[in-house]
Write a protein that binds this ligand. Structure first.
Ligand code: SAM
Length: 438
């Protein structure tokens, strides 16, 4: 595998990107930055990523810069773009796509509030006041318990806290509608984890009996105060912003050909993180799913970066003219997968991920403007145990897929090394890769 990766890498310009990007591939600064701080997404990149990339590419002077993020997550790219839009020539046009209904809720509420600006303050303050009064009143409110066992397990979420969370949600939906309701639901969902003894930890929600759950209403109040401050001080926005709930792998259904100056995204990494799973408490709480079937069907709609469900094994690349090139790219990796009980899940992950990324690059190729750029941020991952360890070097695999799909690899900037005790491979790293259409 290492030889395969060395050979692949040797045809591209690889640079040490620590200086510019090490801090930016993680959510540095987002917890303190207005609008970004409404929900802490561990897997987000920094709000400083977009301005840095624009500067690095010399796109600062592009008239009305048009941006697309195919995996919008908590909306970092879109929020950064709009916050800075008035500093660019003729503003900015930012479009995102997000598949997870909860994360879509978060990103769209931030974006719409930013677009509404300080004039939205009065309406939100009034509705928040009405929610607080109703919550504190003795009035009975609908008490619909989400059908997710994680939320109803009292060791995980103390029963008083669950009752408070549900009353809060009911009070919001009872008195409020439109954007004010969406923003308050964002604040309510953002206190769910803190109100429990669970913690998002890598790929899972982990139980910690020692953890002291916070009081949901007090947390909600704190978050609403921050949100109101952010709206009061919201910067002037110049341009357009929208986030679609949909499939980022087929952006051509949302965006016109040759219409994007910069396509920038961080896809799910092929590291087994299942976003549907780790944000399930919030999604069920907001009512994004009401049956186990809906929950499972959501998983099936995500990038094939995790083995939590059996995905369809139809591979678009297999019937494309590039089938042999894609097969040659992944053959050494397929052969490195150990024959154990995880074998079929890992093979499905490798083929599915490669297929999704190949299709994505093909679609994006049609959407980028002639002098535009595509920048992706991705992390490589180690799989298997100490005897059978192999690395999925997503940065290099994706770069080769992009080449096959009609892109030129301008630069691979290694943002940070993830070298751990488990392996010495220099390919365990996170990179920021720049492509141009060719
Ligand atoms: C690494 S995160 C992106 C984080 C984002 N850059 C940010 O800063 O908030 C990857 C995102 O891809 C989303 N995702 C997974 N499958 C998707 C699909 N088919 N279409 C669009 N988004 C998808 C996940 O829900 C997750 O939010």
């Amino acid at each position: 595998m290492e030889a395969h990766y060395e050979a692949l890498e040797s045809s591209w310009h690889v640079v040490d990107g620590c200086l510019h990007y090490e801090r930016l591939v993680v959510p540095t600064g987002n917890a303190e930055s207005s609008f970004h701080r409404w929900f802490h997404l561990k897997e987000a990149f920094s709000g400083e990523m977009l301005p840095t990339v624009i500067k690095q590419l010399g796109q600062d002077a592009v008239d009305g810069l048009r941006i697309l993020d195919c995996f919008a997550g908590g909306g970092t790219t879109l929020v950064s773009g709009l916050k800075a839009s008035s500093q660019y020539r003729n503003g900015m046009d930012v479009v995102g796509i997000e598949r997870n209904p909860f994360l879509h809720h978060i990103s769209q509420s931030k974006l719409r509030a930013l677009l509404a600006g300080p004039t939205f303050l009065e309406e939100l303050s009034a509705e928040y006041k009405a929610v607080a009064e109703l919550y504190a009143s003795t009035r009975d409110l609908p008490h619909v318990v989400p059908a997710l066992s994680t939320l109803t397990n009292h060791d995980y979420v103390p029963s008083d806290n669950l009752r408070s969370l549900i009353r809060m949600r009911s009070a919001i939906t009872e008195v409020s509608d439109g954007l004010a309701r969406d923003v308050m639901l964002t604040a309510a969902a953002s206190v769910v984890e803190a109100s429990s003894r669970l913690r998002r930890d890598g790929r899972a929600l982990r139980f910690n009996a020692q953890r002291e759950p916070k009081n949901p209403w007090q947390e909600f109040r704190l978050r609403m105060e921050r949100i109101l401050d952010d709206i009061q001080d919201a910067p002037r926005v110049s341009g357009f912003g929208h986030v679609f709930q949909g499939d980022g792998r087929t952006p051509s259904t949302r965006v016109k050909p040759k219409s994007r100056d910069l396509i920038i995204f961080s896809p799910p990494y092929p590291n087994n993180i299942d976003y549907t799973e780790i944000y399930k408490m919030e999604a069920w709480y907001l009512g994004c799913y009401s049956t186990a079937e809906q929950f499972r069907s959501q998983r099936l709609k995500t990038v094939r970066s995790h083995p939590s469900v059996r995905f369809d094994e139809n591979y678009h690349f297999a019937t494309s003219p590039a089938a042999d090139e894609v097969r040659a790219l992944i053959r050494p990796l397929i052969e490195a997968v150990p024959e154990d009980r995880y074998q079929s899940g890992r093979l499905q992950l490798i083929r599915g991920y490669v297929d999704d990324m190949f299709k994505l690059f093909q679609e994006c190729r049609d959407l980028v403007a002639d002098n535009g750029r595509l920048v992706y941020v991705v992390g490589n991952s180690a799989h298997g145990d100490h005897e059978t360890r192999f690395i999925i070097a997503a940065d290099l695999l994706m770069a080769r897929l992009a080449e096959i799909a009609g892109w030129k690899v301008e630069e691979i900037a290694v943002a940070r090394s993830l070298r751990r005790r488990i392996t010495n491979s220099r390919f365990l790293r996170e990179s920021v890769v720049t492509l141009s259409p060719c």
